[in-house]
Design a protein around this ligand. Structure first.
Ligand SMILES: NC(=O)C1=CN([C@@H]2O[C@H](COP(=O)(O)OP(=O)(O)OC[C@H]3O[C@@H](n4cnc5c(N)ncnc54)[C@H](OP(=O)(O)O)[C@@H]3O)[C@@H](O)[C@H]2O)C=CC1
Ligand SMILES: O=C(O)[C@@H]1CCC=N1
Length: 269
């Protein structure tokens, strides 16, 4: 793609997206520029991806056709004040922040801007990201194609109406963290039974990957897939019964509710 891509903020999420864009050969490293607060982060990012780096946010804004705002939600207003005069009406601004609305972006820029509210996740680093996208009405078909192609360079992308965007972190933006906890717990359980630690991580992660692929590839209801594993009077149903007693599903639902509550709080921060 012959577009210049800028990142303001070069933290965990930006690095996952930059890595995904480069590995998929969608954007050459020379067409990416990123900023950060510290030189330490910029040296790390430069070393890892050989992209252009700067501590000056306005420089990134002038460079970019598509400008990702990849700082924390409470840094948005400050950063937008620095870059708003450097972006023109053709620049596509992409927010990746939890809770930041299209309306608040427009207010902060104080002018009409092409803006996309998005929620990606860190599996983007290995080309298995999932991003929810919500463009404003100033993007034309070609703009949306460009943005979608960028997000699809590191995984899948789905359009989501804005009223549902606050629900996305809990299910796909943040959920890799809970899945990593699950994999770590599975591995601990394996180690407790005597498996070597590294082998336990491999087995646990592959089981999670395979189970996810079955849901996506077969379209069979997850409950039915679970039933297929539970031999009558067997070992799995014992584990399932224990998980139900320990409120496994209830814990997941409660965690997601607290995540969404925090997203709504971040919107006001
Ligand atoms: N982590 C994730 O899985 C996901 C995160 N997000 C969103 O991504 C955004 C960033 O989160 P995350 O990557 O986790 O956070 P990090 O803390 O890892 O990264 C934040 C980055 O912002 C930089 N920064 C801070 N202040 C400024 C500034 N004034 N100008 C330029 N850069 C600045 C920091 O620089 P330095 O390193 O030098 O301090 C750092 O590189 C958040 O809005 C979050 O909601 C969305 C989906 C998933
Ligand atoms: O923890 C956070 O706020 C961000 C949003 C989704 C993942 N990380």
């Amino acid at each position: 793609m012959n577009k210049k891509v800028g990142f303001i903020g070069s933290g965990n999420m930006a690095q996952a997206m930059i890595g995904g864009m480069i590995q998929s050969n969608t954007v050459p490293a020379g067409n990416i520029m990123a900023s950060a607060f510290t030189d330490t982060t910029l040296s790390k990012v430069k070393g890892a991806f050989q992209i252009n780096v700067t501590t000056h946010n306005e420089e990134v804004a002038k460079f970019a056709d598509v400008l990702f705002l990849a700082v924390k939600p409470d840094q948005y207003n400050g950063v937008i004040q620095q870059v708003k005069d450097a972006v023109d009406s053709d620049t596509i601004i992409v927010s990746i922040a939890a809770g930041i609305t299209l309306g608040s972006l427009k207010n902060a820029f104080g002018k009409k801007i092409k803006a996309v509210r998005s929620m990606p996740n860190t599996p983007s680093l290995v080309g298995e990201g999932l991003s929810a996208l919500c463009p404003n009405d100033l993007l034309d078909e070609e703009d949306l194609k460009i943005v979608t192609a960028l997000f699809e360079s590191f995984g899948k992308a789905e359009l989501v109406p804005e009223y549902l965007m606050d629900a996305i972190p809990a299910i796909s933006g943040s959920s890799p963290a809970y899945v990593f906890m699950f994999i770590e717990a599975l591995a601990d359980g394996g180690v407790k039974q005597g498996l070597p630690r590294q082998q336990a991580y491999r087995l646990a992660a592959q089981a999670v990957l395979g189970a996810a692929k079955m849901v996506l590839d077969t379209g069979i209801h997850p409950g039915e897939l679970k039933d297929q594993v539970c031999s009558p009077g067997g070992a799995t149903i014992e584990a399932v019964s224990t998980l139900e007693k320990e409120q496994f599903r209830g814990a997941v639902l409660a965690a997601m509710e607290s995540c969404t509550k925090k997203v709504k709080e971040l919107a006001g921060s």
